[in-house]
Design a protein around this ligand. Structure first.
Ligand code: DGL
Length: 267
């Protein structure tokens, strides 16, 4: 089941199209690799499900990728990572499985004691993994976690930069602006891989002085490190390709993935 062949693809997995924000970093730093991007839109959103449901779905998908002979899996979803990465690593200690977590670490150290807003799904914020992460940095920063149910759906429906999402964010983020009870914020962490696609809309509400952090680049670098360490980084001059798959069998979703990866999304 474990495939150490450098020429095999890397699976990149998310509950929908959000994982493309991680895929674009992976492609940028490893242009010689083939990628299989899989979005589980049929079962999305993950962020409002129970941990057990998300763990079951994620485990089943990762096992299927391994059976199909991928050489590594990147779980490009904060929610799926918090639900399943630990048990998956326990089950498959020799197989490279890399997850993503909210970028609180870099956000905590870019200035002295910043005020940080962490936007993520309800499940990510509820989880023990997130509480431990927050505890590690609470003496360095004032951290405000904010569950954002409903936000990923705007990205899934191709509604970034529309008046609808701007109105939604204005209400959701009201308390974190200069006029709000907790604001203004020094930094915002996009703790869900869908949110970087609406980064511009988020900053419009929080103010351009707020610095945005997302975990995509760090995660992509970690995938590269793991491949190097295992000796399966592809270095034969091959021009990498991306294959898109989606559990909903909806062609429009595949087109949206391609648009988010190759097109100008304006975020
Ligand atoms: N993109 C996912 C994440 O990073 C979650 C979206 C969902 O709720 O399914 O958390």
């Amino acid at each position: 089941m474990i495939n150490p062949d450098a020429n095999s693809p890397i699976a990149v997995f998310d509950s929908g199209v959000g994982g493309i924000s991680v895929l674009r970093e992976l492609v940028r730093i490893m242009p010689g690799e083939d990628f299989l991007f899989y979005g589980d839109t049929k079962n999305a959103p993950y962020g409002t499900k129970s941990k057990e449901e998300v763990r079951e779905l994620t485990t089943a998908h990762v096992q299927e990728f391994m059976e199909r002979g991928v050489k590594a899996v990147c779980i490009a979803c904060n929610t799926a990572t918090s639900a399943a990465v630990r048990s998956l690593r326990g089950e498959y200690p020799d197989f490279p499985i890399v997850g993503i977590e909210p970028a609180i670490k870099p956000a905590s150290s870019f200035m002295e004691h910043p005020k940080i807003l962490v936007m993520a799904t309800p499940m990510t914020i509820r989880e023990e993994k997130f509480k431990r992460l927050m505890a590690r940095f609470e003496d360095k920063a004032e951290i405000h976690p904010l569950p954002c149910p409903g936000l990923m759906e705007y990205v899934e429906r191709g509604k970034a930069h529309t008046p609808e999402i701007k109105a939604f964010l204005k209400v959701l983020l009201a308390e974190y602006t200069g006029e709000g009870h907790f604001g203004p914020m020094d930094a915002v962490v996009t703790g869900c891989t869908h949110y970087p696609f609406v980064a511009g809309d988020i900053l419009e509400v929080l103010g351009e002085g707020c610095k945005l952090f997302d975990g995509a680049e760090g995660t992509a670098k970690e995938v590269k490190r793991r491949l190097e360490k295992t000796g399966i980084l592809r270095e034969d001059g091959h021009k990498g390709e991306v294959t898109f798959e989606n559990s909903s069998n909806d062609e429009a979703k595949i087109r949206l993935c391609q648009k988010l990866l190759y097109g100008n999304t304006g975020s």
